[in-house]
Structure formats: structure tokens, C-alpha cells
Design a protein around this ligand. Structure first.
Ligand SMILES: *Cc1c(COP(=O)(O)O)cnc(C)c1O
Length: 387
């Protein structure tokens, strides 16, 4: 049996996969088992933030594996403390909770928001507003939070207490933000929903109304965070700091980690025994995360993300088949004139370029470390397949 046959006969078929066995990577280039190479404009859905096997990251992770790979959260570890302190300093948050995925980070945020409200106002103020076309994860609570009907099948009953508001519709927000609501949860740029940024007016209104009513803001920055948009948090590009921000995907450079960050007002809500995770804050993941933060702090890398993002965007817009490009920094979505995005992603792959799709767009989330030369190479491939 070859790898694909073995894989398919032993693993649940929850993904539509390309017939390609990825073997290794270096920098921004991945190689399959036949030695064919690919420039990576997807970085494993924005996860390999420093590309493949970045030297400093490898060293930090390997050193940690050789020192202590895990201990229970009944004890303290230096690496978790160091990483959390650095993350809080960079983001301006007061306390972190570590889990292992974006969904878990959001679960933590949902629990935190409900408990904040219960502690202060008692029962009946448990609803969370989420946006139509959002994506918050695959667990039952985060699926329930996800504002896309296609996900609301099979798994009934879903978790109660989520109210959907149309993105960028201020009237809808005002109408639904009543006394039963404890939080508004949103992505500044809807990622899985098709790289759709929220309007500044709408974001301003969320913060204004929530501030007036002591309703918490939860920014799901699982995809937009960790420098992706050219600031550490996309919220910084919108001029806002949510009470709670969640991170995952790129935070540890390719090792599973989810983070729920709480501000001063929310930092003590989840008290002893109210939440936990066996693997959360695992030393190897924290070492990977610390290497990512060290990279980001070691120069003007995020300024470069903004510049490279503009460069990539302009190159994309110069391709006739691309009619619009949305997003910020190195999180971009290209709207195609006539061609089908999924078919184009397949054609790109055949030509040595990995790209993602989101709804009917081609989506680009290259490593933050990508060079102009590699951007150019990728663009050449896109020009060819979109001609
Ligand atoms: C990917 C994603 C999630 C889910 O993260 P997992 O690690 O797959 O659980 C949640 N929210 C957003 C915005 C995402 O992009």
C-alpha cells in the first residue's frame, strides 16, 4: 500500500485532500515525496508563521524537547511563564490561558464571557452575538457560534445562546444587542468566510455599544493574529483592543497551541477549577511560541509584512483575471473574474505553488518570512495558470 492508500484506509475522510504526500520543507519551500518542490503561499493555513524549519525555531523546540517535554499544569514551568510574559507585553493583555487549538481558545473565551456576566449580573445574560459568515471552530460550542448555516447540520442539538448579526450591519447589531447579551464575538477579517474585512464603522460601533453596556468584546484573531496583518494583532490596525482576544494558527510556528488573552477587567474571571487543559501551555509549544515572538521582536518584520502585503496585493491586481483583492498584510483574498478558485488552487499545485481558497476566492497566507523573490516566483505561476 502506498501512503495515500494507507492513509485513506486508516483515517476518517473528513477532508478533501489533494493527491500529494508532503514530506519536508525548508524556508518557504515544501517538497513532496517525489522531490517536487512548492512555493508555499498557504503556510499550512497561516500556521508555519516562520516558514518550514526556521533555524532558531528548530533550536528552541529541540532544546525544549531535550530538557522537559511536558509536565502537568499542577506545577509551574519557566518556559510557560517566560512565553506568557512576553505575549502579554507585546499584546498589552493581562493574563493568558493556553489550550491547543483555535476552537479551544474560543471555548475559553465563551466560558469566560458567560462567567463574567453571571458573576456580576446573575442568570439570563448569557447570549453571545456572533456574525453571519463567521468561523469560530469545530467543537459543538464553536460550531454553534459559527454564523454559517452550512455548518449547522447533523450534530443537533447545538449549543444555545448564540445570536447572529449581519456583518457590517449596524442597525442589526443595535437591534439584537439587548439585556440578554454578555459578549460580541467577531473576526476583524473573516478568514474562512472569504477574507472579508469588517468595516471600520461597524467595528467602532461594536466597541462603543459594548462599552456602554458592559458587554464584552471577543476578537477571534486565530487567523488574523501573530503579525499576519502587519501588526501583532489585527485589532491594532483597527485601533481597538477587545476585552478578550484569541490566538492559535501561527502562534507557535506549527506546533499546536491556542491562547485566550484577557484584559485587566477579565483576567480573574476563570478562577481555580473553572477551566483547564491537560496539554495547555505545553513546554514544547511554548518554546515554539517564544521563538515566533523572538523573531517578531528582532527587527522591523511586521513593517515588512505590511510592505510585502502591499507588494503582493499590487502584483495580484495586475493579473487581468483577478478583479479585486481583499485583506491586510499577508492575509489576502483574490476574487476571480471567471475561473473557479478550487480548480485554480489545483492548477497552482500542479505548477509548484501552494495556495488556499476561501469561499470563491483564492486565499494567500504566506509565511511572515517570505522574500520578495519568492513572492515573484509565486506570482509568475499564478500569471501562468490564470492566463
Ligand atoms: C482556524 C480558525 C479557528 C479554528 O481553529 P482550530 O485550530 O482549527 O480549532 C477559529 N477561528 C478562526 C478565525 C479560524 O481561522
Amino acid at each position: 500500500m502506498n501512503t495515500i492508500e494507507k492513509f485513506d484506509s486508516n483515517i476518517m475522510h473528513t477532508y478533501g485532500r489533494y493527491p500529494l504526500v508532503m514530506e519536508k520543507g525548508a524556508g518557504e519551500t515544501a517538497s513532496d515525496e517525489n522531490g517536487k518542490t512548492y512555493i508555499d503561499f498557504g503556510s499550512g493555513i497561516g500556521t508555519n508563521s516562520l516558514g518550514y524549519c526556521n533555524d532558531n525555531w528548530v533550536e528552541a523546540v529541540c532544546n525544549q524537547v531535550k530538557t522537559i517535554q511536558h509536565t502537568s499544569n499542577y506545577y509551574y514551568t519557566k518556559i510557560q511563564a517566560d512565553f506568557a510574559e512576553q505575549l502579554n507585553r507585546i499584546t498589552g493583555y493581562s493574563a493568558a490561558f493556553f489550550g491547543n487549538s483555535g476552537a479551544e481558545a474560543n471555548e475559553c473565551a465563551i466560558k469566560l464571557a458567560r462567567k463574567y456576566s453571571f458573576d456580576k449580573y446573575g442568570k439570563g445574560r448569557h447570549n453571545i452575538i456572533t456574525l453571519v459568515n463567521s468561523f469560530h471552530g469545530r467543537t459543538l460550542a464553536t460550531l454553534s457560534a459559527t454564523g454559517q448555516e452550512v455548518f449547522h447540520n447533523y450534530f443537533f442539538p447545538f449549543v444555545e445562546g448564540f445570536i447572529n448579526v449581519e456583518a457590517n450591519n449596524i442597525e442589526d447589531l443595535k437591534a439584537k444587542l439587548d439585556d440578554t447579551v454578555c459578549a460580541v464575538m467577531f473576526e476583524y477579517i473573516q478568514g474562512e468566510g472569504g477574507v472579508v474585512p469588517l468595516s471600520r464603522d461597524f467595528v467602532d460601533e461594536i466597541f462603543k455599544l459594548c462599552g456602554e453596556k458592559d458587554v464584552l468584546t471577543i476578537a477571534d484573531e486565530v487567523q488574523t493574529g501573530v503579525g499576519r496583518t502587519g501588526k501583532f494583532l489585527a485589532g491594532q490596525r483597527f485601533g481597538h483592543k477587545a476585552n478578550i482576544t484569541t490566538l492559535a494558527k501561527g502562534i507557535a510556528g506549527g506546533i499546536p497551541m491556542g491562547v485566550c488573552l484577557a484584559d485587566e477587567k477579565c483576567k480573574d474571571v476563570l478562577s481555580k477549577g473553572t477551566h483547564g487543559s491537560t496539554f495547555g501551555g505545553n513546554p514544547i509549544a511554548c518554546a515554539g511560541g517564544k521563538a515566533v515572538l523572538d523573531y517578531i521582536e528582532s527587527g522591523d518584520h511586521l513593517e515588512q509584512v505590511r510592505e510585502k502585503g502591499e507588494y503582493l496585493k499590487n502584483k495580484l491586481l495586475a493579473i487581468p483575471e483577478i478583479i479585486a483583492v481583499d485583506g491586510m498584510g499577508l492575509m489576502l483574498g483574490a476574487q476571480l473574474k471567471e475561473k473557479n478558485a478550487a480548480e485554480m488552487a489545483k492548477a497552482a499545485l500542479e505548477n509548484g505553488l501552494l495556495v488556499l481558497t476561501a469561499k470563491d476566492k483564492l486565499r494567500f497566507l504566506p509565511p511572515l518570512t517570505i522574500s520578495y523573490e519568492e513572492i515573484d516566483k509565486g506570482i509568475e505561476i499564478l500569471k501562468k495558470i490564470l492566463a
